[in-house]
Design a protein. Sequence first.
Length: 103
Amino acid sequence: MDHTKLTVQLKMAAPKGVTVPKDNSDTSILDSLKPLKGKDFDTAYITKVGVEGHKQAVDAFQKEISDGQNADLKTAAQKALPTIQDHYKMAQALATKKGVSAQ
């Protein structure tokens, strides 16, 4: 399951009338990456989007699974979590390979 499929599944599982607000931290991260080039961009992208972004996603999906009230969203989160965890592990491996902090 890739990010596009996940987005579609979550939209289908979300209750009608519920909108997901845009996360201002996403905009801030993208803005911070725009001026960077080369190794500086690679390092920031791997850290902020790859490692930190996937860690936050893992935490959010685990919270939905344990605390969520909507059965469809919980099911979607349970289906998606293994893929997100795999992406997080891949991001950590890439960070290690590139000598970037992989916390």
